[in-house]
Design a protein around this ligand. Structure first.
Ligand code: CMX
Ligand code: CO
Length: 146
């Protein structure tokens, strides 16, 4: 059902400086960047490796676009660091339903738009042993426009 680690979401105060750290320290380059106003983030995706399910694993560096966003609130409370993990699936709707039926709170009734045209939802961290967990179905390759 869940076939890869799609990304690790990392909250930062300054996206450009954080991107430069990952480039200078590890040699990771920005694969894609965008602003997602619905989520209140400016983000950069750094591709780490391709995965056996035909997808890939990324680091998702996140800077808030507003203080009252999920990442803005989290940064004010915790400072910079790992904000969430994301599992990839071919069927985010089916995976959400299956996980909801196990009694875990799924935050959205319907998946919303994530990086690179993906469809995403989140599981409440209090139901996941303290880990905010995202489920992702990547856009079909033709629809990906980075
Ligand atoms: N990881 C672990 N725990 C978290 C958390 C996180 N990222 N964010 C909040 N929590 C915990 C808080 O510590 C708090 O716990 P305590 O009550 O023990 O102090 C509790 O959850 C409630 O936190 P809050 O600060 O009051 O925040 P909210 O309830 O308003 O929001 C959440 C929490 C998860 C519902 C909200 O962050 C959310 O909707 N997240 C999903 C969307 C998102 O994160 N978007 C940004 C990323 C976009 C992308 O990946 O593309
Ligand atoms: Co994410």
């Amino acid at each position: 059902m869940l076939t890869r680690i799609d990304h690790i979401g990392i909250a930062c105060f300054d996206l450009d400086k954080t991107v430069e750290f990952y480039r200078a320290t590890y040699g990771f380059e920005v694969f894609h960047s965008e602003v997602n106003e619905e989520q209140g983030v400016r983000e950069a995706m750094l591709k780490i490796n391709e995965t056996s399910d035909g997808g890939a694993s990324y680091l998702q560096l996140l800077e808030p676009t507003r203080e009252d966003s999920a990442v803005g609130k989290w940064l004010a409370k915790n400072g910079e660091g790992v904000h969430h993990i994301a599992f990839g699936t071919a069927d985010v709707d089916g995976a959400s339903d299956a996980i909801r039926n196990k009694g875990v709170r799924v935050l959205y009734d319907e998946p919303r738009t994530g990086s690179m045209g993906s469809r995403i939802t989140f599981l409440h961290p209090k139901d996941c042993h303290g880990v905010l967990t995202e489920l992702v179905t990547a856009a079909p390759p033709a629809a990906t426009d980075h």
